[in-house]
Write a protein that binds this ligand. Structure first.
Ligand SMILES: [Zn+2]
Ligand SMILES: [Zn+2]
Length: 225
C-alpha cells in the first residue's frame, strides 16, 4: 500500500472521529477516496499508525500527528484556493485535494502565517493548530484582515490580493501594490485612499475588499521561501 492510501485512511479516520465524515457536502468527500477495507486497515495498523481497540481503530501517537498534519494541509489548501485564488464551487475540492499532497510540509507554516493562522476551513471545520499558530497567539495579535478593516492612520503589511480579475490585479501592481509592502489608511469615505509606500492611491470599496493585510509585528511576516 502506498503513502497516498495511508493518507486517505488517516484522513477518513480523523473525519469519522470529528463527525464530519457523514456530511458528503464537506471537505474530503469529493477527493478520490480509497475503498477502505479490512485489509487496508490491517496494513495501516502494521505500519504503526493505528491500533485496533475492540471493534474500532484508534490512532497511535504517530498516526495522530500524521493525520493532524494531513487535515491541516488539506484545510489550509482549501483556504488558499478560496481566499487567495478566489476559486469557488466544485473546483475547491478538486484543487485542495491535489494541493494537500503537493504542499511541502516545511511550507505549511509559511502558508498558515500568510493566511493569518485561520482557525477553520471554508466549510467551517477546525484546522488543527501548528507551532506557528501557538507562537502567534502568544505574541501580539497577528491576523490577516481586508484593507477595509483598517482604521484611519493604521498601518499594516500587504499579505495577498484575492481576485480573479487579472486586469484589476495588474493595475494594482502598476501602482506598486504588491505583497509585502506597507500600507497606511488615509481616508475611508467617500472612497478609500491609502498610502502604499510612497504613493497615494484611491480605491473603490470592492477593490479594497480584495486586498488582505497583516496586522501585527513585522517580524511575524514570513512568506513561502
Ligand atoms: Zn473544508
Ligand atoms: Zn499558524
Amino acid at each position: 500500500m502506498n503513502k497516498r492510501e495511508i493518507d486517505e485512511v488517516l484522513e477518513w479516520m480523523w473525519m469519522s472521529r470529528e463527525g464530519s465524515q457523514a456530511d458528503n457536502s464537506n471537505d474530503l468527500a469529493e477527493c478520490d477516496r480509497v475503498n477502505i477495507t479490512d485489509g487496508i486497515l490491517a496494513d495501516v495498523e502494521a505500519a504503526g499508525y493505528i491500533l485496533r481497540r475492540g471493534n474500532e481503530f484508534v490512532f497511535t501517537p504517530k498516526g495522530e500527528s500524521e493525520a493532524s498534519d494531513l487535515i491541516r494541509r488539506h484545510r489550509l489548501a482549501e483556504r488558499i484556493v478560496v481566499d487567495v485564488l478566489g476559486v469557488g464551487g466544485r473546483e475547491v475540492e478538486d484543487t485542495a485535494c491535489e494541493f494537500e499532497h503537493v504542499i511541502a510540509p516545511r511550507l505549511t507554516e509559511s502558508i498558515c502565517t500568510l493566511l493569518g493562522h485561520p482557525r477553520s476551513c471554508p466549510h467551517g471545520l477546525p484546522i488543527p493548530e501548528g507551532r506557528c499558530c501557538r507562537e502567534a497567539r502568544q505574541s501580539v495579535e497577528s491576523v490577516v484582515v481586508p484593507l477595509s478593516a483598517l482604521k484611519i492612520g493604521e498601518e499594516a503589511y500587504l499579505a495577498y490580493i484575492s481576485t480573479r480579475d487579472y486586469p484589476r490585479l495588474q493595475k494594482l501592481i502598476s501602482f506598486g501594490i504588491s505583497p509585502g509592502i506597507r500600507i497606511k489608511m488615509l481616508q475611508k469615505f467617500p472612497t478609500y485612499v491609502i498610502q502604499a509606500e510612497h504613493t497615494q492611491v484611491a480605491l473603490e470599496e470592492k477593490v479594497a475588499n480584495c486586498i488582505y493585510l497583516w496586522r501585527g509585528r513585522r517580524q511575524e511576516r514570513r512568506t513561502p521561501a
